[in-house]
Design a binder for this molecule. Structure first.
Ligand SMILES: [Fe+2]
Ligand SMILES: [Fe+2]
Length: 305
């Protein structure tokens, strides 16, 4: 059994810390880490003997075989048109609520619970950073790609950890040892299978193609609909599933200085994304007015998706 809950990285910069019950285990920002997820297992325990384990493994087999450079370019272009649906952020939250994420061994709750748990946990510890509360609320909205009105993409093209395509697949990628990447056509392509591949050292993540999924889609939606969220918020949305980087420190040579700054906030955010997937219940109607006010502050009333 692999226990993958780690000590947080040190976070520098203007990140605030608060205190909570000293008897409980404190992480950065004073957020209390529960010791079990919705199924009673430790977090991100991909080897736990859960009913979901086989599904998760098959999920990553498909994901690692089919996420190629060509695939990503095609999907990014197609979905980047944002010509499918017009709706508000809150309408999207309600639409998303119909789905459960197959790739995630920790989560068996409606998505709205996870979104609000994440946002509310951040709000408690960082009361001044309203942009970070909203980032918590919307970070997974790209999962609407699973919905019929978005072509009902398979789970392996929507959720799960992300990684760069166009360069060699790092061994820090989850399930790398099962060698599913060996069946990815890019793995045999000399243009794409070296450490840097088509990229150059320090080129900046903005110039790197990531495996296609809900992160990059929601980033495109937010950017193209002219959100006023700070760049760190957009960075969190775009790379929150890039666990090889923000958990294992892989692919750092692709980052530029701006990425390194934004990564500090992603490290803060990730603890809330991961550890809020527990049995904490949120009273939706009670907190909804606050989040509607944030949506109004940072987004237009209707967005193109
Ligand atoms: Fe996500
Ligand atoms: Fe999430």
């Amino acid at each position: 059994m692999t226990l993958v809950v780690e000590q947080p990285r040190p976070v520098t910069g203007e990140v605030k810390r608060t205190q909570s019950d000293p008897k409980e285990l404190l992480m950065d920002g004073g957020f209390v880490v529960p010791d079990a997820n919705s199924f009673g297992h430790t977090f991100r325990d991909y080897n736990a003997e859960s009913e979901r384990q086989k599904t998760v493994e098959e999920f990553y087999r498909m994901n690692h075989i089919h996420q190629t450079c060509d695939f990503v370019k095609r999907l990014r272009e197609e979905y980047g048109k944002l010509d499918r649906v017009e709706m508000s952020i809150w309408e999207c939250i309600e639409l998303l609520n119909e789905f459960v994420d197959e790739s995630d061994p920790d989560l068996d709750e409606p998505q709205i619970e996870h979104l609000l748990q994440t946002a509310e946990a951040i709000r408690k510890d960082y009361p001044e950073e309203d942009w970070l509360h909203l980032t918590g609320l919307i970070h997974d909205l790209g999962k609407v790609l699973l919905h019929p009105s978005f072509g009902q993409l398979p789970q392996w093209a929507v959720v799960g950890d992300t990684f760069p395509v166009g360069c060699a697949f790092d061994e820090c990628n989850v399930h790398h040892k099962e060698l599913y990447f060996a069946e990815n056509p890019d793995h045999l392509n000399p243009k794409y299978n070296t450490k840097l591949g088509v990229y150059s050292e320090g080129c900046g993540l903005d110039n790197v193609l990531m495996s296609w999924g809900h992160d990059d889609f929601m980033y495109l939606v937010a950017k193209e609909n002219k959100t006023s969220l700070p760049l760190a918020g957009l960075f969190i949305i775009r790379y929150h599933s890039f666990y090889p980087l923000h958990k294992h420190g892989a692919y750092q040579y692709l980052m530029n200085e701006e990425d390194k700054e934004n990564l500090k906030w992603l490290h803060v955010f990730n603890k809330y994304d991961l550890y809020s997937k527990s049995k904490v219940r949120i009273h939706v109607e009670k907190v909804k007015p606050y989040y509607l006010s944030l949506i109004e502050k940072y987004f237009p009333a209707k967005l193109k998706w």
